[in-house]
Design a protein around this ligand. Structure first.
Ligand code: AMP
Length: 210
């Protein structure tokens, strides 16, 4: 089974994908995490990607598609944060087809715009294990220290206000058309992403047929 999880920044894709992948025994592939790993390691790809990421812009399609192709392998993937453009969605279909696989479902997590801004503006993440927190509604027990691994909790450069505004605009312009791509192909499941993480997870499991 291969699943794509779609949604605007702050929809909860990362949190939900981590849980869903564990429940369905899928490999969680998050392009944002992969890119942050490259940035943290100071690779050439990381240095290139950082200039786009810090502004909240998308990294060029050819870079992302090259990076993701290496992970398609045997399938059983839960893709999070990819595809983000129609070009990427088409490239994914082609690459899966070449690997003798297909995409079973694209699930879209819909969340109101006010709620998205609220979630993103409080968001912080562990720099070691990537666990995410909301500094207003669900902060770590000890100031900026991860409950799970003791790593440092930080606010991402792209969760700062000007980058958040840009990420929303980029989403509307470049990523929203991906919904139509899957809708037209009859592969899109639209889902209410409002509510607690547990409530959303239950809806997702039902949509994934689990
Ligand atoms: P995320 O953690 O998914 O919000 O991704 C963080 C940043 O990484 C995005 O704002 C983009 O700059 C970059 N990025 C992640 N996935 C992609 C993608 N599929 N295409 C282009 N850029 C991406």
């Amino acid at each position: 089974m291969n699943i794509v999880l779609l949604g605007p920044p702050g929809a909860g894709k990362g949190t939900q994908a981590t849980r869903l992948a564990a429940r369905l025994k899928l490999t969680h592939v998050a392009t944002g995490d992969m890119l942050r790993y490259e940035v943290a390691n100071g690779t050439e790809l990381g240095r290139l990607a950082k200039t786009y990421m810090d502004r909240g812009d998308l990294v060029p399609d050819d870079v992302i598609v090259g990076m993701i192709k290496a992970r398609l392998g045997d399938g059983g993937l839960l893709l999070d944060g990819f595809p983000r453009t129609v070009v990427q969605a088409e490239a994914l279909d082609t690459a899966l087809d070449e690997a003798g696989q297909n995409l079973d479902r694209a699930i879209y997590l819909a969340v109101d715009r006010d709620e998205l801004i609220e979630r993103l503006s409080g968001r912080a993440v562990c720099s070691k294990c990537q666990r995410s927190y909301n500094l207003k509604s669900a902060p770590p027990a000890k100031d900026m220290v991860c409950d799970a691994c003791g790593g440092g909790v930080v606010v991402r450069e792209d969760d700062k206000p000007s980058a958040i505004r840009n990420r929303m605009a980029v989403y509307e312009k470049q990523t929203a058309p991906v919904l139509d791509y899957y809708r037209n192909g009859g592969r899109l499941t639209e889902m209410n992403g409002m509510g607690t993480p547990g409530e959303v997870q239950d809806r997702l499991l039902a949509a994934a047929g689990a």
